[in-house]
Design a protein around this ligand. Structure first.
Ligand code: NAD
Length: 645
């Protein structure tokens, strides 16, 4: 920005306001390089805070303005204190520069590069999202939307044993922003085709189990590379098939890429096993694949979730069948193309789109299936858990079920919260992807003393959201997934009108499955609205007498997925860390958008069973541990019995 400002000094008068001598020095260096007259820009420092710097700059002949905020006392003090905290933080350059620190250390790059072994092994290098401020990338995204629109309506068939197979039944996948647009026709697997697919998986099992981990991990890394190449196109498919705004689709592509690379690394780590040897005895602890693995995925993260579950299962050595949600089967077909191009052998991975309640349920119960990895609603998750527990004739193992289910996530706003930060965080967490994220905030629990002022700002901030079709880059809230979701959400809004008070009901486009953001206030903690997962843009505001009550309300549901706290009171933050019952707790930030490895994701209570996705325990669920103990004491030179001569 400094460069851009100074390059345009003929049109713009630049004021470089910073107490960071490094930033000021950079501006001076740019100005000198560009030969900019000194009267075309100025330096600014805050009165009383950068006096030495100001004097030095003046001595060197630069224009300096010393400024001072004025206006209301409280916001003014708050402003000054924020500056003070920033400038005096131990990690800040300004603070460090006033210490006797060697210049090299002071000027070292703040972010370690990939060659720095120490940092590299500790921090997983997540791939970056697209920077849409870059014109070139923005154009590529636009072009991808146009070209994907040109190829909507094609047919996608199941992939069984390496072949795409025709089906008797098909179903259309529609664009939720404009349901007259058919995104693709999906061939639905029949029960007898499901049987064939399971047989093919069985046949491929031994070969895949024996394939070296390095090679299996190589397929994942190749898939990640292909996704990177097809990033804009994959985003475009999501925009059309599930109505997710472009920027959020892009973040999802990043997550899918990260899952591939992270699980590849993780399997290479686990493959090492452990040795617990003592003198005379070797003890080897290692892992083996479980066998045939069925993945059942939801539509709301149509790329990242199925990719994560599938590649974790594959890299662990399991032959894997992916059954995507009916609404997002075209994207799952794209995952299939990518895995095939990345070199997955036939039978090892199979794409089995089908009806959940019939053919998927049949596969869940099939005796050859060893494990089921499900993400979706509580209702379906519980049914799968129960069905998988029944031992079928001929079945010689117990099935492992991983079920990641819903949430009723709350954010607590206490009396010490920075309300600017809290409002922005709650709005994004509640209405991003129309509230259709399992991690979305659907309850905000506000301590009484700030309730009214928070609510007023929350309503105004929400009113500023753009509601519209997903492909429009300005859209912040798109449609919901289908007509039945739309009418279900509308029923909840009516319940809200009867049980509580509607503070805001935003209008939404008529065509497409839209529901504008809704804020309901004075919701009782036990009301339906405060207890059931709505999965839409409906936010309940709940009043709490104090922080203790807020924690009790937050914990008062059947779920424990994500939760958040906005507070500047250390004792409240500590209490939330100890007592807020959620799998992922976020403090002073939004509660969605978990990043692979940094924020492994998943809940407990009725939010699911299983270890966190994108975390160090995840792959263990796809493996069976074994211990091999060998007595290696010398056995003597006695002739071996049973061997002649
Ligand atoms: P859903 O439960 O309706 O469907 C999930 C999958 O199960 C689909 O593929 C569906 O076809 C299949 N299915 C349905 N009936 C089945 C049966 N009897 N046997 C086998 N499979 C069957 O869920 P959804 O609407 O796709 O997704 C939304 C839900 O997912 C929400 O509740 C959300 O909170 C949850 N979710 C949870 C997480 C998490 O990590 N905890 C992440 C994303 C979504």
């Amino acid at each position: 920005m400094t460069q851009l400002l100074l390059e345009n000094h003929e049109y713009l008068y630049a004021a470089i306001a910073s107490h960071n001598v490094r930033s000021q020095a950079r501006a001076i260096a740019i100005a000198e390089t560009l030969n900019i007259p000194r009267r075309r820009f100025e330096m600014q420092v805050l009165y009383g805070m950068g006096d030495k710097l100001a004097k030095l700059l003046v001595d060197r002949g630069y224009r300096v303005r010393v400024y001072c905020p004025y206006g209301d006392l409280l916001p003014g003090m708050a402003y000054l204190i924020r500056r003070l905290l920033e400038n005096t933080a131990n990690s800040s350059f300004i603070r460090q520069s006033s210490e006797e620190m060697p210049i090299d250390q002071l000027l070292a790059a703040p972010v370690a590069n990939g060659n720095d072994q120490l940092v590299y092994t500790k921090v997983f290098p997540n791939v970056a999202d697209t920077d849409y401020a870059n014109t070139e990338l923005r154009k590529q995204a636009e072009t991808a939307i146009k070209s994907v629109r040109g190829i909507l309506g094609q047919t996608y068939l199941p992939l069984i044993n390496g072949e795409y197979q025709n089906t008797e039944a098909t179903v259309n996948s529609l664009n939720p922003s404009n349901p007259t647009e058919v995104v693709g026709k999906i061939g639905l697997l029949s029960e007898s085709q499901a049987k064939q697919a399971l047989q093919a998986a069985k046949d491929a099992s031994l070969g895949w189990r024996k394939t070296p981990v390095r090679q299996r991990a190589g397929v994942l890394r190749k898939a990640a590379e292909l996704m990177e190449q097809r990033r804009h196109e994959l985003s475009a498919w999501m925009v059309f098939e599930v109505g997710k705004p472009v920027r959020e689709c892009d973040a999802e592509v990043s997550e899918a890429i990260d899952f591939c690379r992270y699980y590849a690394d993780e399997m290479e780590r686990l493959e090492q096993g452990q040795n617990y040897d003592i003198a005379g005895e070797n003890n080897r602890y290692s892992y083996q694949p479980r066998g045939i693995s069925l993945i059942i995925s939801p539509w709301n993260f149509p790329l990242a979730i199925p990719v994560g579950m599938t590649v974790a299962s594959l890299v662990a050595g399991n032959c894997t069948l992916l059954k995507p949600a009916e609404f997002s089967s075209v994207i799952a077909a794209k995952i299939t193309e990518i895995l095939v191009d990345a070199g997955i052998p036939k039978g090892v991975f199979q794409y089995v789109p089908c009806k959940g309640s019939t053919v998927a349920a049949y596969m869940v119960k099939h005796p050859d299936v060893h494990m089921i990895t499900f993400t979706g609603s509580q209702e379906v998750g519980c049914r799968i858990y129960a069905d998988a527990a029944i031992l079928q004739p001929g079945q010689k193992h117990l099935k492992r079920v991983i079920a990641e289910m819903g949430g009723k996530n709350g954010i607590i706003v206490d009396e010490s919260a920075d309300l600017d930060q809290a409002v922005a965080g709650v709005v994004y967490s509640a209405f991003g992807y129309s509230g259709q994220k399992c991690s979305a905030c659907s309850r905000v629990i506000v301590v009484e003393s700030v309730y009214d002022v928070f609510l007023e700002r929350l309503v105004e901030a929400t009113r500023s959201l753009n509601v519209g079709i997903a492909e429009n880059p300005g859209t912040q809230v798109g449609p919901v997934i289908d007509a039945s979701a739309q009418s279900r959400i509308r029923e909840y809004i009516e319940k809200g009108r009867a049980e509580a008070k509607i503070a805001l009901e935003m209008p939404a486009p008529e065509t497409g499955y839209f529901v504008g953001p809704v804020i309901v206030t004075e919701v009782s903690p036990t009301a339906t609205l405060a207890q059931e997962e709505i999965f839409g843009p409906v936010l309940s505001v709940i009043r709490a007498k104090n922080f203790n009550e807020a924690i009790a309300i937050a914990n008062g549901t059947n779920f424990a997925l994500t939760g958040g706290l906005y507070s500047r009171t250390p004792s409240h933050i500590d209490r939330a860390k100890a007592d807020f019952e959620v799998g992922n707790l976020y403090i002073n930030r939004g509660i969605t958008g978990a990043v692979v490895s940094r924020q492994p994701f998943g809940g407990f209570k009725l939010s699911g069973v299983g270890s966190k996705a994108g975390g160090p325990d995840y792959l263990l669920q796809f493996l069976e541990p074994r211990t091999i103990t060998e007595n290696i004491q010398r056995q003597g030179f006695a002739p071996i019995e049973g061997v002649d001569d």
